[in-house]
Ligand binder design. Structure first.
Ligand SMILES: [Fe+2]
Length: 252
């Protein structure tokens, strides 16, 4: 039909970048700066723009992917990920590996700080046994440490010496979010068929524990008493910053 304007009715363009082995898409007509918002979030958390590159994420292979259908708002999942008051009581396996989490302060509170493994722990695994070999670029300072990073709005990065864990959230309703979680290992680890179950199981349990807590919290957050976002103590300044970032964007 020659009278149809193909340009006016063509595909809708989106902003797209490749980074850390993933395709990052922004649907906004005027997307914000990828360097400031995405790369900047990682740099701000780790304190060094080169730090994330040491894990060579773009060259890692997918060892396991688990999809969680969570009956909670995506912002609740973000807040849960950013705080650690709940760690001592609902994450028994995680605090065995990262004892400082039992004290309630999330490592994301401190720029550049990674939570240190317990002295008797050999690897980031559900029973503290050794995982895979340390990734070749990981430095001595990064070894035996766990770094959690929130990349607003919907990605979490988790870095440990021998693998990376990536969460991606897709909100489907005000009270429902699908979370895809990837466990990434060195290609030779995946190709060898080596048992990665104990590595995967640790954060799989953390995910189940966190999402169950979010689902239990969702009904209370749906109350009009919660309409201003609840009460945050000073040590949760990073969650306050998330609220402030969110306000101009949406209340959905
Ligand atoms: Fe948690």
């Amino acid at each position: 039909m020659p009278d149809v304007d193909r340009v006016a009715h063509g595909l809708v363009p989106v902003a797209l970048r490749e980074w850390l082995g993933y395709v990052w898409v922004c649907l906004a007509d005027a997307p914000p700066s990828f360097e400031a918002d995405v790369v900047g979030a990682v740099t701000e958390r780790l304190g060094d723009p080169a730090a994330v590159e040491h894990y060579g994420m773009a060259g890692l292979a997918l060892g396991r992917r688990v999809t969680y259908d969570v009956a909670a708002n995506w912002k609740l999942i973000v807040e849960n990920f950013m705080e650690c008051y709940h760690c001592a009581t609902i994450h028994p396996e995680l605090v065995e590996v990262l004892p400082e989490f039992a004290r309630g302060f999330a490592a994301q509170y401190y720029v550049g700080h990674g939570a240190e493994f317990a002295p008797e722990v050999a690897g980031f695994t559900v029973d503290g046994t050794a995982g895979a070999d340390r990734l070749p670029g990981v430095t001595d300072e990064q070894d035996r440490r766990y770094y959690a990073i929130t990349v607003k709005p919907q990605v979490f990065l988790n870095l440990v010496p021998d693998h990376a864990i990536v969460h991606r959230m897709t909100p489907l309703a005000a009270d429902r979010t699908v979370v895809e979680c990837d466990w990434l290992f060195a290609p030779e680890v995946v190709a060898s068929g080596r048992d990665i179950d104990r590595s995967v199981e640790l954060f799989h349990r953390v995910n189940q524990q966190d999402f169950a807590a979010c689902e239990r919290t969702q009904p209370g957050m749906s109350s009009r008493a919660y309409r201003d976002g609840g009460v945050l103590v000073p040590s949760e300044h990073h969650i306050t910053a998330f609220h402030e970032w969110l306000q101009p964007h949406s209340r959905g």
